[in-house]
Ligand binder design. Structure first.
Ligand code: ZN
Length: 299
């Protein structure tokens, strides 16, 4: 396989997971989740999101969360931004990196972020330039790369057209996100190989397990040369466009797969399973991860 030595697992549970849970956790508990993940050996954590707290109450108090985090060497703490105002807030939080996300379809862009794809591309370039000045590594994530809840299937050629324009600004990483969990490995291979053919940026992938293709997609991404995979402990979260759906692929399910494939992640699987149980208690529900239910093998 390609690119395995530099594979990074980013736990997006404190952000994407909690953002889509019915129960809102206070900053103290969110900071504890982040600390537990860092102690389990996660090389990267998407800890917070700088969005309007009126629109996303679960993500309110990002500054408070980050102020409470006892930072651990070896873990990079990242924050999600959707606009320039979010970037300004992120700069004050001593984050190790930022992730700017925008969708590749105009209908989603208008309804979710009140913008357009063209504006998203233009902003990605400005933010990449600013982050470079600020010495802050930046990831650009293309939402809805595998399908849009409003426009339906999205042709790979269209995604790669957007990717090419973003990559002209030379972000550190470009991530393809299956925001609504509709993708299959065939798409993953086409898109990851396509992004890698466009330049030197590291390619990454973000999958939701909405239709049970998440782990298969992660393996396809890895085998196509992706160097970053997002996952969320317990598989917390959901999909705002599919009310009964599960969340991100579970970090412990991904780590189990990678260990079996002989890929060392440095992440403690037993610790992850313990965090998954703890988080389920905090959220008052059983989380969808399968490895947490069945346990590691051999035990
Ligand atoms: Zn997501």
């Amino acid at each position: 396989m390609i690119g395995l030595l530099s594979l990074v697992i980013c736990d997006v549970g404190p952000r994407d997971g909690l953002q889509n849970e019915a129960k809102i956790l206070e900053p103290r508990v969110r900071a504890e989740l982040i600390a537990r993940l860092a102690a389990a050996g996660l090389p990267r954590i998407e800890a917070v999101s700088f969005v309007n707290p009126k629109l996303v109450p679960a993500m309110a108090g990002a500054e408070d969360v980050m102020a409470r985090v006892d930072r651990r060497a070896g873990t990079a703490y990242s924050g999600l931004v959707l606009n320039e105002k979010g970037y300004e807030r992120a700069r004050t939080c001593r984050l190790d990196r930022v992730n700017y996300a925008f969708p590749v379809t105009d209908t989603f862009a208008r309804r979710n972020q009140n913008t357009t794809v063209a504006e998203g591309i233009a902003l990605s370039r400005r933010l990449v330039a600013r982050a470079r000045e600020d010495g802050l590594p930046i990831t650009v994530t293309l939402s809805c790369s595998f399908g849009c809840p409003f426009e339906g299937p999205v042709p790979a050629a269209r995604v790669l057209e957007v990717a090419e324009q973003v990559l002209q600004a030379a972000p550190d990483e470009l991530v393809l996100a299956d925001t609504i969990g509709v993708g299959v490995p065939r798409q993953v291979r086409e898109l990851i190989l396509g992004v890698r053919s466009l330049g030197d940026a590291r390619a990454g992938a973000h999958f939701h397990n909405t239709r049970s293709t998440g782990i298969a997609n992660a393996l396809a991404a890895l085998e196509s040369g992706a160097e970053l995979l997002d996952a969320s402990v317990g598989g917390a979260g959901g999909c705002p466009f599919a009310p009964r759906a599960t969340g991100n692929i579970a970090t412990e399910d991904l780590v189990y797969l990678l260990q079996g494939e002989g890929i060392e992640t440095g992440i403690d699987l037993h610790a992850l399973i313990a965090i998954s149980g703890w988080l389920g208690e905090q959220l008052g529900r059983e989380l969808p991860s399968l490895v947490s239910k069945a346990g590691p093998f051999p035990a």
